[in-house]
Design a protein around this ligand. Structure first.
Ligand code: ADE
Ligand code: ZN
Length: 326
């Protein structure tokens, strides 16, 4: 069952959206042999904890080598989302992953933009790009990515963010990178409160000019911080399937989504890295219904929250809103 409530996704890593089949196809395209242990016996990605996941993710991403590859990954992911009723998707791109295989910032962007345009003409889905840096690669690389964003303005690049290992470095180390981008008016988000606790969320909010948080769920460990998130209207890009898969929570009954929502936090539903976590945006909506008890009106509200928080121009936001309330 995939509920046909219109959906919006604010948090999906593009490299992490490539299915195992597509990764194998791209490996064949470039005559690359991936380590056998990249996949399990069923052909799915094989990893056993969060840091191992990041490693396997890097290995699998290394077959995305040309603008055409990026176009194909983007196109397939957006078309899959559209088939599940998504009307809007923000993809996180990672110039560092592109650079690791010798691709320039502008080439990787061109490929992603082509995938977004092709998917829009075929399905009507809107897409935007959040360029992200990788926390464990360090602040200097973050500044380099930020400079590339600013030096190459692109109509589909509408935000900046950071993923990677939340336990590496401190948010304030990345204030220069975020400052470079934010000074041009681009809005920002950052992963915080996923694999580290409330203090990590607090540090991110204090140091970085963000209006959304990737995950943010472990803010729940500090009631005062939860109140602050609610008061400031910080939008949480919640990824329940991801949190269960990576072991942040042992079961859905331990997941704080409902408590955060009850405390007045603005909640969205997201897939993060769909094939790694055996999820999709549609399955996240279905699970919110089956596990968290959301009815269709509540799911529409989730989509409206995502649209209010989307990094888009006001005309697009209004068009998207109309598709949800219609
Ligand atoms: N990069 C890709 N997926 C990620 C996640 N779930 N957390 C942090 N960085 C990531
Ligand atoms: Zn993420």
């Amino acid at each position: 069952m995939i509920t046909m409530v219109p959906k919006a996704e604010l948090h999906c890593h593009l490299e992490g959206a490539a299915s195992p089949d597509l990764v194998r196809k791209l490996a064949a395209r470039h005559a690359v042999t991936l380590p056998a242990e990249t996949f399990d016996a069923d052909g799915n990605f094989a990893w056993d904890d969060f840091l191992h996941f990041l490693k396997v993710y890097d290995i699998a991403s290394s077959v995305i080598r040309t603008p055409e590859d990026y176009r194909d990954v983007t196109y397939q992911y957006l078309m899959d989302c559209a088939a599940e009723g998504a009307i809007y998707v923000e993809v996180m791109s990672s110039p560092d992953h592109a650079a690791a295989v010798g691709m320039s910032y502008t080439d990787h962007l061109e490929g992603i933009a082509a995938g977004i345009e092709d998917a829009r003409s075929e399905s009507g889905i809107e897409g935007r790009i959040i360029v992200t840096c990788v926390r464990h690669l360090g602040p200097e690389r973050g500044v380099e990515v930020a400079r590339q964003v600013v030096a190459n303005p692109h109509k589909l690049v509408t935000g900046f963010g950071m993923g990677g290992d939340e336990n590496a470095f401190e948010p304030r180390d990345f204030a220069p990178a975020f400052g470079i981008v934010h000074a041009t008016g681009l809005p920002c988000t950052v992963h915080a409160g996923e694999v580290a606790g409330a203090q990590s969320v607090r540090a991110a909010l204090e140091a970085l000019p963000v209006q959304r948080l990737g995950h943010g769920v472990r803010a729940m460990e500090d009631p005062e911080l939860v109140r602050e998130l609610a008061d400031r209207g910080i939008v949480l890009e919640v990824c329940p399937g991801s949190n269960i898969a990576t072991g942040v929570y042992g079961s859905y009954s331990d997941h704080p989504l409902l408590e955060l929502r009850a405390a007045g936090c603005r909640i969205t539903l997201n897939s993060d890295d769909p094939p790694y976590f055996d999820t999709t945006i549609g399955r996240e909506y279905d699970r919110a219904s089956a596990v968290f008890g959301f009815d269709d009106a509540s799911l529409r509200e989730v989509t409206l929250t995502a649209i209010e928080a989307a990094f888009v121009d006001e005309e697009t936001r209004e068009n998207l809103r109309q598709k949800v309330v219609a």
